[in-house]
Design a binder for this molecule. Structure first.
Ligand SMILES: Nc1ncnc2c1ncn2[C@@H]1O[C@H](COP(=O)(O)OP(=O)(O)OP(=O)(O)O)[C@@H](O)[C@H]1O
Length: 298
């Protein structure tokens, strides 16, 4: 396994994995000074670790989907998960906000922290966790409701009843998803009447409306045409100013374009290399990663 497997790519000093399965990861505050892929304003400064895994194994019944994954993901960055089909990328994403809880066959060993809290502790409410860690899926999946009600959905569940507050929050989320100008005059129209790219931005608005800290995106552009995909890519860079974005993508050019850091999973669910995106694509440490990136397999 590569030495890069366990480190936070923002700081070589975190290369050693922390020990003790019940303790939060050390070195939570990390100095960064790295060259990264997407946005020069995020290339320097401090980055807290916001999500981390230590020795994470995930099984579906007897089949192991993730093997001993240790990783520290910094906040306000775009972190891409890449690797061939079936290597466990989506499983890892679903582990972060406990969406795997909904799969009866899924079983987890090891530790997964959101900030310094193990999300699998008994006192963690998965619904509350998912408010902090929102998710956007591969195919746009607006509810069969108005644009307004789609975005207001999570806020109403959270108990925001005041119409003025709701109006402001809906506008803020739609602006954050770069959709406001296109829909501000049709907020009562069905979300299903929007184009595919607009629907996906509506889903992003719905995900950010409750003001999460992390946005998980599972191949968010793979069902979209290139123009719509490009808009979402631009949006992702903006979203990382306010949120931490963790994105699964099959599109290596996309990972190279939009992410600051890249984690490469390979068959068997192992994280074989994790580093800043430029290093992964230009000078990977692991020959298997080089082979994957240059298209020799996967
Ligand atoms: N609900 C499930 N029940 C049983 N096995 C599953 C389930 N979901 C995933 N798996 C298995 O876990 C392994 C990892 O799957 P996962 O979807 O996480 O990989 P992936 O890298 O995201 O794949 P892809 O790129 O094709 O989406 C695969 O062998 C898959 O068949």
């Amino acid at each position: 396994m590569s030495k890069h497997t366990t480190h936070n790519p923002t700081d070589e000093s975190t290369a050693e994995a922390t020990s003790g399965s019940n303790s939060p990861p050390e070195n939570a505050l990390i100095e960064t000074d790295v060259t990264v892929g997407s946005d020069s304003s995020r290339t320097t400064g401090r980055a807290d670790t916001i999500v981390s895994a230590e020795g994470l194994d995930v099984y579906y019944d007897d089949d192991q989907a993730l093997t001993d994954v240790t990783i520290e993901i910094p906040e306000h960055r775009v972190t891409a998960m890449i690797g061939p089909s079936g290597c466990g990328k989506s499983t890892f994403l679903r582990s972060i906000n406990r969406m795997n809880d909904r799969i009866p066959a899924a079983r987890i060993d090891g530790d997964l922290y959101f900030r310094e809290k193990n999300v699998y502790d008994d006192d963690v409410d998965p619904v509350a966790l998912r408010r902090k860690i929102g998710q956007v899926f591969q195919s746009p999946n607006p509810f069969p409701k108005s644009i307004y009600d789609n975005v207001a959905y999570g806020l109403r569940i959270q108990g925001t009843a005041d119409e003025v507050d709701l109006d402001a929050a809906v506008e803020r989320a739609l602006r954050g998803a770069a959709l406001w100008d296109e829909v501000k005059d049709q907020l009562d129209s069905s979300g299903l009447d929007l184009s595919g790219g607009q629907q996906q931005r509506l889903c992003i608005a719905r995900a950010i409306a409750p003001d999460p800290e992390v946005l998980l995106m599972d191949e968010p552009t793979s069902a979209l045409d290139p123009v719509a995909a490009s808009k979402i890519e631009d949006l992702i860079a903006d979203l990382a100013e306010e949120y931490t974005v963790i994105i699964v993508t099959h599109n290596m050019q996309q990972a190279a374009r939009i992410s600051d850091n890249t984690a490469v999973f390979l068959t068997g669910g192992t994280l074989v290399e994790y580093d800043d995106t430029a290093t992964i694509f230009e000078n990977p440490a692991d020959d298997r990663v080089e082979d994957y990136i240059t298209g020799k397999f996967g």
